[in-house]
Ligand binder design. Structure first.
Ligand code: NM2
Length: 530
């Protein structure tokens, strides 16, 4: 077992954090859950402005970078071929960044908004219905994808333009923090990122496992209990561990392509056999409502709720702030991953690729899955909300699927899809976690044993919590874990601009050996070596 490449302070630091969170939750489950809830309420209640500002900032920043001179920088030398074609690139991006949660929330998010709408709208009214069909798209839309893409800029820049063989968040912060990147501050940044990702992964598993368990229960009749849930977690882990172990080209790419075909099948099936016209019209109309309300949604907090006597819906804290935190904890990982697969693209292509493909993919899920359920509710053919309030969201999701033709088969495909979707996020997460705890990654891939190790480390906290604590407490783990990551995001944005400015200036003076600017498909004639 090769251990020379391991960056031990970061590796051990991450493990210490993992145990420091897991052990108290095992030994003091109630106090632990209370502490998490307190921290959540505190952070979402007091720092809402910060989370929402991060979202708006990421969005505007990316548009600016994408359209400006920075957008033309190519990730690689002149003539560098793209490592992956657009289909596989988009499939990997989507499969890595999005997990089984899109099946969960895509199906059911509207039902929460329908009952407790935003903007103090009356529940159940036409306006509430329209907002219910739209808000999910907002929470999985351009701002969310901008949060994902921001860290990719400095990371891809350092990896491909400056040719640093390190895939680390600390390394990408170097232009601002200088050589501190190699010392304790660098370790703290990487460990906080790992802490964030473990929190985000916890939220994903805490939501995904009960849904998959309901699917397996529906197919096999096995009771939904701890044994089934932990069996499912273990099965998913084995799948993504194998995929991460096999590497980017064999495991991760193959599983992602398979994932996208399954996704297409389910979406097309529900679209065709569900209420096709209602789905198309509602989705289309929602896009307009989204555009009309975009900045209102992006900045909506409830300041009046701070004043006694004014009603508070807590909608922004429960949803938008929570979501931005959840996207934030995943963002550095997705950034590392997107950067890793983007060789040969320009920064502009990378930015608009993620924003457009990402948002479009999520619109399809929310439009098709969500509006199918909404249609059942509005026509009275299945009382989704009544069922959900009695039996919970996971069972409702499976029941919605049973309203389709050949529904037993569809539930099987849906359950497999949920497992694969979860696995394709976690294989890339283990792949990237392993890279971050190495000093460098020759050939772009971390050591195999290391990838395997992190695959199982991701499972530890949720599995243990399921037996000894409160798995539900983990559903909002992203909020706490995301708080420090927000500051890292700001650092990354500044680092990118500083590094790119330095190199672009040098290029102007014919001194840059590496940077290459794509000019309308012709090679840069001012390349110093030509
Ligand atoms: N995001 C996209 O659980 C998952 O699907 C992974 C979740 C951050 C809301 C990502």
């Amino acid at each position: 077992m090769n251990t020379k490449l391991i960056d031990w302070p970061t590796f051990i630091g991450a493990l210490v954090v993992l145990f420091a969170v897991t052990l108290p939750l095992i030994f003091f489950p109630e106090a632990g859950a209370q502490a998490i809830n307190f921290a959540n309420d505190f952070l979402t209640g007091k720092f809402g402005v910060l989370y929402l500002s991060l979202g708006i900032f990421a969005f505007i920043f990316l548009l600016y970078v994408g359209f400006s001179k920075y957008g033309k920088i190519k990730l690689g030398k002149r003539g560098t071929e793209r490592e992956f074609g657009s289909f596989s690139w988009a499939a990997m991006l989507f499969s890595a960044g999005i997990g089984s949660s899109i099946l969960y929330w895509g199906m059911i998010e509207w039902a929460y908004y329908y009952q407790a709408p935003p903007f103090n709208v009356e529940p159940g009214t036409k306006e509430a219905i329209e907002l219910a069909a739209t808000y999910g798209i907002f929470h999985w839309g351009p701002i969310a994808w901008a949060i994902y893409t921001l860290p990719a800029l400095p990371i891809a820049y350092f990896y491909f333009v400056r040719k640093s063989p390190v895939l680390k968040i600390s390394a990408a912060s170097r232009p601002i923090i200088g050589n501190l990147a190699d010392g304790p501050l660098g370790v703290v940044i990487d460990v906080l990122f790992i802490f964030g990702l473990l929190g985000g992964a916890g939220t994903t598993l805490a939501l995904g496992t009960p849904m998959i368990a309901e699917g397996v229960h529906d197919i096999t009749g096995l009771p939904v209990n701890l044994g089934l849930q932990s069996g499912i977690m273990l099965l998913c882990t084995i799948i993504f561990a194998i995929s991460a172990y096999s590497g980017l080209n064999k495991g991760i790419k193959v599983l992602s392509d398979f994932n996208i075909w399954l996704v297409l099948f389910i979406l097309v099936f529900i679209f065709v056999f569900g209420p096709t016209v209602f789905i198309s019209e509602t989705t289309f109309t929602s896009l307009g409502i989204l555009l009309d309300n975009f900045f209102h949604m992006a900045t909506w907090l409830e300041p009046l709720a701070q004043i006694d006597g004014y009603p508070a819906s807590n909608f922004p804290e429960t949803w938008t702030v929570f979501y931005w935190a959840w996207w934030t904890v995943y963002a550095p990982f997705v950034g590392l991953f997107v950067a890793r697969i983007s060789r040969g693209r320009t920064i502009r292509e990378m930015i608009f690729g993620t924003l457009i493909y990402g948002t479009l993919g999520c619109v399809l899920f929310f439009g098709i899955l969500g509006n199918f359920g909404l249609y059942l509710q509005l026509t009275g053919s299945f009382d989704v909300i009544g069922f959900m309030n009695e039996f919970g969201a996971p069972a409702t999701i499976i029941e919605i699927l049973h309203q389709l033709p050949i529904s037993n088969f569809i539930v099987i495909v849906f359950t497999i899809l949920a497992i694969v979707f979860l696995a394709t996020t976690f294989d890339s997460a283990s792949y990237i976690l392993a890279a971050v705890v190495q000093k460098h990654v020759p050939g772009g891939e971390a050591l195999r044993w290391n990838r395997l190790f992190w695959a199982f480390a991701l499972l530890l906290l949720p599995l243990v919590l399921m037996f000894y604590g409160d798995l539900q407490a983990l559903q909002t783990a992203s909020i706490v874990a995301g708080f420090p990551v927000m500051f890292i995001m700001a650092l990354l944005a500044m680092s990118f601009i500083k590094a790119a400015n330095t190199d672009l200036k040098a290029l102007k003076e014919y001194r840059s050996p590496t940077i290459y600017i794509n000019r309308k498909n012709t090679d840069d004639t001012r390349d110093p070596k030509s």
